[in-house]
Structure formats: C-alpha cells, structure tokens
Write a protein that binds this ligand. Structure first.
Ligand SMILES: C[S@@+](CC[C@H](N)C(=O)[O-])C[C@H]1O[C@@H](n2cnc3c(N)ncnc32)[C@H](O)[C@@H]1O
Length: 203
C-alpha cells in the first residue's frame, strides 16, 4: 500500500470523528478571553478535517494544509456551504511550508511524520508565525511510541517538547501511553503528548 492509499483509507475512517480535545480546548481558551473577534487558524496536516470543521463551526477562518490531495478534497466536501468562505486550503509539504501569521497553529498527529531536521525547521516556522497571545495546539508522539525507532519520524521525550516551548505558557498538557490500535485497526503502542500553549513573550 502506498502512503497515499494508506491516508485515503485513514480519511474514510476518521472523517466523521469528533475534533481532538486539543483544538476544542484552544477554541474555549480564546472564547474566554473576551468579546468575539475574527480569529484565524492554520491546521497543519489537516487530514479529513475533523479539527478544521470544529474551528469553522466556531466562527474561525481556517487555512487547512495537507500533502495529500485526497485530504484537501475531503475537507472541501465536508465543509457546509455557508462556511466555505471562511476556508482556505493548500496542498503543501509541512517540511517547507511558510506558516503565515495567525492566532492558532493546530497540528494533530501530523508533525511526527517529519524526520528530525524538517521537524525542527517546521517547529521554528510555527513559533515564528504566532504573535504574543497566539496559541499552538498539537498532538505529538513521545519517545516510547511504537514508531520511535522509525528514523523517518520524530518521537520526542516529553521533557524536550516542554523545553522547546520556552516562550510559551503551557495551558493544557497530557502525556499518555496505551496499547491499542491505529484508526485502521493495526496494533500499536501509542505514546501521545498533547498540549495547548500560549505565547507570552516575543521569540
Ligand atoms: C495521522 S493523520 C492526522 C490527520 C488529522 N490531523 C487528524 O487528526 O485527523 C496525519 C496527516 O498528516 C499528513 N502529513 C504527513 N506528513 C506530511 C507532510 N510532510 N506534509 C503535509 N502533510 C503531511 C498526512 O497526509 C495526514 O493527512
């Protein structure tokens, strides 16, 4: 099975699933800050768009990015007609995508698919795109994950993730491990590190 075939199956299974807790938490944290204003998010590795749809329904403008054309097609099809004006999409590789300035960068289970050098380059571009008050919501793989030995991926010790968020206040943090299955039913030891962090100082 090619990568594209794998991801097409993944989108068919996950397209209807609810948004992840990280993006829902980020939306709540912005909503608690005061009078509504137009907020913008970039969803990196959006897949079939479970998080993009949650943001659109909450009134955000969203730029959804994925390397797979099938992902972007799924996001466009799933978007209700009255929300399409708030959606922008791009087929692009996270390894060299120039992340635009925004209020929220969301990356659920996508950054670990970059090898370490592009991973850290993308990380720097994410942090640079966020102003003071902006947030970064992510789901990463920890170093005990079943994919940790795969050199084409990046699975990090939680302590390193925290250390790399120096100019951010961590508002939500969950570090969990579980023997379960992937969305496509393959057995896998998951070590997930999820967080929402708010920039408190300039880089
Ligand atoms: C596990 S899926 C997660 C999808 C979605 N964020 C979700 O939570 O349902 C990972 C996604 O990252 C995308 N992806 C992986 N590597 C990428 C890269 N280098 N550039 C852009 N997208 C990438 C894949 O195409 C896939 O859609």
């Amino acid at each position: 099975m090619t990568d594209s075939e794998y991801w097409a199956r993944y989108y068919a299974v996950t397209g209807e699933r609810p948004a992840w807790g990280t993006v829902r938490r980020a939306i709540e944290l912005f909503a608690a800050e005061g009078p509504p204003r137009q907020l913008t998010a970039v969803d990196l590795g959006c897949g079939a768009g479970r998080d993009t749809q949650e943001l659109l329904r909450a009134g955000w403008r969203v730029l959804a990015i994925d390397r797979e054309e099938a992902a972007i097609a799924a996001v466009e099809i799933a978007t209700e007609p009255h929300l399409r004006g708030a959606l922008d999409v791009r087929v692009a590789d996270l390894a060299d995508f120039d992340v635009p300035q925004c209020d929220l960068v969301n990356a659920s289970l996508s950054l670990p698919f970059l090898s370490p050098e592009p991973f850290w380059g993308t990380w720097r571009r994410i942090l640079a795109a966020l102003p003071v008050g902006g947030r970064f919501a992510a789901m990463l793989f920890g170093d005990h994950d079943g994919s940790a030995a795969d050199l084409s991926m990046t699975c990090l010790p939680p302590v390193e993730i925290r250390a790399r968020l120096g100019s951010f206040e961590i508002e939500h943090w969950v570090d969990s491990e579980e023997d379960t299955t992937t969305a496509l039913g393959e057995p896998h030891h998951f070590h997930l590190v999820e967080f929402v962090a708010r920039r408190t100082a300039s880089a």
